[in-house]
Design a protein around this ligand. Sequence first.
Ligand code: ATP
Ligand code: MG
Length: 422
Amino acid sequence: MSKAIQAIRGMNDILPIQTSHWQYVEKVLSRILERYGYQQIRLPIVEKTELFARSIGEVTDIVEKEMYTFSDRNGDSLTLRPEGTAGCVRAGIEHGLFYNEIQRLWYIGAMFRHERPQRGRYRQFHQIGAEVYGLAAAEIDAEIILLTARFWQELGLNDLELHINTLGSSAARATYREHLVTYFTEHAEQLDADSQRRLHTNPLRILDSKNPTMQELIQHAPQLLECLDEESTTHFSKLQQLLNHAGVKFIINPRLVRGLDYYNRTVFEWVTTELGAQGTVCAGGRYDGLVEQIGGKSTPAIGFALGLERLVALLEQRNVRMPDFAPHVYLVMVGELAGLEGLRLAEMLRNQLSELKLIMHCGGGSFKSQFKQADKSGARFALILGENEVAQQQVTVKYLREERPQFTVNISELVTWLQSVI
Ligand code: ATP
Ligand code: MG
C-alpha cells in the first residue's frame, strides 16, 4: 500500500462531529446580521496580490511573510485572500456599490495566512465579517459593536471583554509616529529584530508585537491619545457615550493598534482569557481612507471579522449546549416487501414532517445487523418494518436510548405520534 497523503499543515478538516457546532454558530450569527439589515456578499478566494499589498500595507506581518502568493499560468501574481475587507472594497468599487449608497454587508469564508500553526492559529481559518460603507458618524461604530455584543449574548458567552481605542486621523498618527520613533530609538537595545526593522518603516506595528520580552517596553511607550486631533476625540467620546447609554461595558486600551494598516479612528477587539495567547475572538475598526486608497471615491467605512475556529473552540470548552446531528429515526426494514414499502414510508414521513431527521437502512441484512447500524447512527428510536408489519399496516417502535418496551403504531397514526415525540 502506498503512503497515505495528509492534509497541509495548519489546514484542518472539520469533521462531521464538529460541523453541527459550526452550523449552529453560523446560523445564530447570520440571523443576527440579517436582523440588523446586513446583506451577504460572496467574493472570490483569490485576488491580485497587488490588492492586498495596497490595502493591508506593505510593512505588516500579513503582507511581509504570511501570504500564499503564486503565479498563475499567465504569469500574474495572485494571492489566496488573507482577510475579507480588501476583496469587499475591491468588489464595491468595481460594481459601483458605494455611489450615494449606504451598504451594510457581511461575508463568511476561508482565509489563508502562512503563520506558525498552534491552538487558535491556523493557515486556513474561517471568518465571519461585516463591513459598512457610507456612514461616518459614531452611531454606526456603536451599532457594529452592539451587533457583535449580541452574538455573544445569543451564544451564551457572557464574559468576553470589549477593548476599544482610537487611532485618530492620519495626521495625528504621523505626529504619534515621530513620538514613537524617538522613544524606541532611545531604547533601541531592547528591541527585537522585527521591531528594529519596523522602527523606521512602520513603528506603530511595534506596539502590536506578540513577543513577551517586548511587552514592558511597549507598556511605557507614549500613547496615541496624547496626539489626537479634535474631530477624532469628539468621535471617540460620542462612541463611548453611546456604548455607556446602551449598557455595554468596555475597556479603553491605548495599546490597541490592530495588525493591518488601513484603520483610523475607532478600533476594537473582543477578548477572552480562555484561549491562551490566541484570545482575540473578534476584531475590527474604521477605515475611512481605504476605498479611496484602492481607487474608489472617498467613502467612510467600518467593519469587523471574527475567527470561527476560536469561537467554536470557546463554546466547546465552555460546554455550551449546541444542537448535534443525532437523527430521530432509523428505519429498519426486513424482507423484500418491507424494503419496497419502507422507501415509500420514509418519503411520506419526510413530506409530512419537515423537522424529522430519518435515516433509512440500505443494503438489507438481518434484524440484528440492522439494529447495530441503528444504534451506531445515534438515532433515538428505530421504526421496524417486517413482513408482519407490512401485512398489518403497522410499524414497531423500539427506543434505542431508553429502557422501554417496544410497541406498534398504525401507519395511519404514525405522523401524529412522531409529531408528539420529536
Ligand atoms: P492576531 O492578533 O490573533 O494575529 P489579527 O489581528 O491578525 O489576529 P485579524 O486579521 O483582525 O486578526 O482577524 C480577525 C480575527 O480572525 C482574529 O481576531 C481571530 O479571531 C481570527 N484569526 C486571525 N488570524 C487567524 C489564524 N491564523 N487562525 C485562526 N484565526 C485567526
Ligand atoms: Mg495576526
